[in-house]
Write a protein that binds this ligand. Structure first.
Ligand code: 5GP
Length: 201
């Protein structure tokens, strides 16, 4: 059996990664979504082990030292990390898995697992991004300014990715990612098992 596909969805905060990933999960029922660990407090409605594994900072740091993360990063004052063992287990079982992570984390995964597929979600404009972040109503003016500056700088990293998808309309972005996943899964390098099976007869 060939390994599953590791898909990394990343991009500036507010670009719509979360919404896109939720829609992708609906479209591909077999697609696994990696559950990250974080030290941030749960928001209303978030569920332990489904939204995140919510950890105390000391426990998170212990996991860093025990090399339990495929990547980790500090994002706006909190740690976030991808549990390595679960991701590799899914890939080895032939399951495709998606990570929705920030740019620092995505670049680490690219270094540690270059066979992944790296997709950068771009907002249609910084003006639109600002509107979306303001619209969420969760951040102060100061934090919004910080996020916007960060987003501006982060756009430079788009060139490190395999694909850029503009999230103007969520459905269009989701369809584009679906096509990317289908194309990537058809690469000869990922079809060794089927090629060998055909050859057997
Ligand atoms: P939030 O706190 O809004 O759920 O997420 C804040 C940011 O952290 C988002 O940009 C999200 O993509 C990112 N993030 C979530 N999980 C991970 C992770 O495991 N690793 C990294 N590097 N970033 C993550």
């Amino acid at each position: 059996m060939d390994n599953g596909l590791l898909v990394v969805i990343s991009g500036p905060s507010g670009a719509g990664k979360g919404t896109i990933c939720a829609r992708l999960k609906e479209e591909f029922s077999e697609l696994k979504v990696s559950v990250s660990a974080t030290t941030r407090k749960p928001r209303e409605g978030e569920v332990e082990g489904i939204s995140y594994y919510f950890l105390k900072e000391e426990d998170f740091i212990k996991k860093i030292n025990d090399d339990e993360f495929l990547e980790y990063a500090k994002v706006y004052g909190n740690y976030y990390g991808t549990p390595k063992q679960e991701v590799f287990r899914q890939l080895e079982e032939g399951n495709d898995i998606i990570l929705e992570i920030d740019i620092q984390g995505a670049l680490q995964v690219k270094k540690n697992y270059p066979r992944g597929v790296f997709i950068f979600i771009l907002p249609p404009s910084l003006y639109e991004l600002n509107k979306r972040i303001e619209g969420r109503g969760t951040d102060s003016k100061e934090v919004i300014m910080k996020r916007m500056q960060c987003a501006y700088d982060e756009l430079n990293y788009a060139f490190e990715y395999d694909y850029v998808v503009v999230n103007d309309q969520v459905e269009t972005a989701v369809q584009q990612i679906k096509h990317i996943i289908h194309a990537e899964k058809s690469r000869a390098i990922r079809k060794k098992a089927i090629i060998n099976k055909v050859r057997e007869v």
